[in-house]
Design a protein around this ligand. Structure first.
Ligand SMILES: NC(=O)c1ccc[n+]([C@@H]2O[C@H](COP(=O)([O-])OP(=O)(O)OC[C@H]3O[C@@H](n4cnc5c(N)ncnc54)[C@H](OP(=O)(O)O)[C@@H]3O)[C@@H](O)[C@H]2O)c1
Length: 326
């Protein structure tokens, strides 16, 4: 198939492009051309690269038409954030493309009620990002159900993790000092009882889900799927496991969230609140059943691989602690 990927050089594209090229698909990668692919790979030699700025092209109404003119069988949209942007793409692709696969987020759910959360649960996103992604999904799945509509699928990753960038840590934020504290046995503050959850997914497992949706079109069209690791993890369980990677017992002090927030850099405290106020724990049963999705990474394996990369590239200071990994 001829596959256009909008946002091809990002975290997920770094794994998706080699997968699709390796499977014999003809890949066209669209981006502004500002960033290099996250992962260098020989498969990029076989990719047609197109430089387009979606924001600018959406504003002047040219972006969607340029994508349609690429004459793809399948369009994978990694970077759509508003209903208007999705609507422009749908209008241009209808009747010209066999399948649109769009990247959503588990943030469309807002806070959880019963866990693990299924795709059919009531959704109450709490921020502009989650609301926008839910509006996109509603638009695409309604379009898909319409006679003559554009067949579409939406895939919802959790916290995307992998070598090359910082990932959500056991305090539910991106503070590199959390890894340091656990590695050297310093005290780590955790909010409440540390039993709120985060739910990661390795970028290659997200890529797997896009490849499966593309290659199992009949099962994927008209559907949304969660794409996360097998199971979510509690902050406490995460912290204890990470300390164990360094042969230590985690030195955790549990404090009420307000005390945690006042002792933490406001950016990191806000990120923790963002994560634990939702405490995602998503079900992958539907993706497993319909698409054959089988995550290769647990949350801990994904985090260990990413942490090893951060340490090797000087992005975290583990003070020379011996790292045994997950
Ligand atoms: N990060 C997470 O944990 C997480 C969790 C759930 C869902 N998601 C979803 O994952 C998707 C992002 O995937 P990702 O993490 O693989 O992407 P990413 O690493 O953020 O990379 C973004 C890609 O899009 C390109 N891009 C950015 N702005 C662009 C523009 N204006 N026009 C054209 N191309 C543009 C970038 O290349 P250039 O810079 O060269 O243009 C790059 O190829 C989003 O839909 C996000 O909502 C992320």
């Amino acid at each position: 198939m001829r596959v256009v990927i909008i946002g091809a050089t990002g975290h997920v594209g770094g794994y998706l492009v080699p997968r699709l090229v390796g499977a014999g698909h003809e890949v066209v990668g669209v981006s502004r051309g500002i960033s290099d692919p996250y992962r260098a790979d020989a498969s990029w030699d076989h990719v047609e690269r197109i430089s387009l700025d979606r924001e600018q092209g959406d504003a002047d109404g040219t972006f969607a038409g340029r994508i349609a003119d690429l004459e793809a069988d399948v369009v994978i949209d990694m970077v759509c954030f508003t209903r208007d942007s999705a609507a422009q793409l749908v209008e241009a692709l209808r009747g010209r493309v066999d399948h649109l696969i769009s990247c959503g987020t588990i943030w469309t759910h807002g806070h959880a009620a019963e866990v693990p959360v299924g795709e059919g649960e009531a959704r109450q996103p709490t921020d502009t990002y989650g609301i926008g992604k839910l509006q996109i999904e509603d638009l695409l799945l309604a379009e898909s159900a319409r006679p003559g509509g554009l067949p579409s699928t939406v895939l919802h990753p959790g916290h995307i993790t992998g070598p090359g960038w910082h990932m959500i840590n056991p305090a539910g934020n991106l503070d590199p000092d959390v890894w340091h504290r656990l590695a050297v046995g310093e005290e780590l503050l955790l909010p409440n009882f540390g039993l709120e959850t985060v739910h990661h997914v390795h970028a290659d497992d997200v890529a797997q889900s896009f490849q499966l949706a593309l290659e199992n079109r009949a099962a994927a069209v008209g559907e949304g799927f969660h794409v996360v690791s097998e199971r979510a993890i509690t902050l406490r369980g995460f912290a204890e496991s990470v300390a164990g990677w360094f042969g230590r017992t985690a030195n955790i002090r549990f404090v009420p969230f307000e005390e945690f927030a006042s002792a933490t850099d406001p950016r990191h405290a806000a990120a923790t609140r963002e994560h634990i106020s939702r405490s995602p724990s998503m079900s992958i049963d539907k993706a497993r059943r319909s698409l054959g999705y089988t995550p290769s990474y647990t949350t801990l394996r994904a985090a260990a691989e990413a942490l090893r990369w951060l340490a090797e590239h000087g992005e975290v200071d583990l003070a020379g602690a011996e790292f045994h990994g997950a």
